[in-house]
Design a protein around this ligand. Sequence first.
Ligand code: ADP
Ligand code: MG
Length: 243
Amino acid sequence: MSEFIVEAKGIRKTLGRGAGQVQALRGVDLSLRRGELTLLMGPSGSGKTTLLLVLGCMLAPDAGTATIDGNSISQIDKEGLARIRRDHIGFVFQSYHLFPTLTAAQNVQLALDIRGERGRRAAKKAREAMAMVGLVRKAKSRPAELSGGEQQRVAIARAFVANPSVILADEPTAALDSDNGRMILRILADAAHERDRAVLVVTHDPRILPFADRIVEIDDGRIVGERRGGPELARMPKTAAFP
Ligand code: ADP
Ligand code: MG
């Protein structure tokens, strides 16, 4: 068995039509291990979101191969992609995407509901996920009654509640201040290290660097660099970390 839980090779994706066509991904190789938090960094428009959507089985690539937890996404129909997504992937978005009329706990439980898991067992799982992000006391609050950081923690609980092996987060701290951003990354790093998930976080926030085990750089639809991260990175001057 491969040591990688996500293994993508030669991923290409063109978006848009006619004169507006863009080669968003031009042959990307990227693999993710369990127990590791990988940061994907790159300028605006470099293909980060597109790559996340392909790895998360929300967008089929034009070319290339990927396996997610042993499942190949090549030659697979829409339902097959949706099944891999449902069984293996958790998503966290920059803008939380919570339902405003539901409580925090109901938002989390909804992720189980759409998988056919209901009743007391589902409620218990939702409570555990809320505990993981430190929000048990806010279970009955609605999104408007929560801070941005709390809303993002609810979104993380929702991403985790169905026990996915891969968590994909697209700029999860972009709308947050430093303290809240750090808390979100702490939770995602713990998920990787203590719960043995593969976590991929898209960011251009250098404050996040200390949390990374590995940093991958993308530019213009291609992977252009990779380095190990880790706590020592925090102590290094920025120019040494990114020569
Ligand atoms: P990033 O997340 O790194 O900012 P994206 O993956 O969103 O980059 O976009 C990569 C490139 O594809 C950009 O040039 C962007 O303008 C283009 N793009 C994204 N979505 C579409 C779309 N639906 N139609 C046409 N071009 C798109
Ligand atoms: Mg993006």
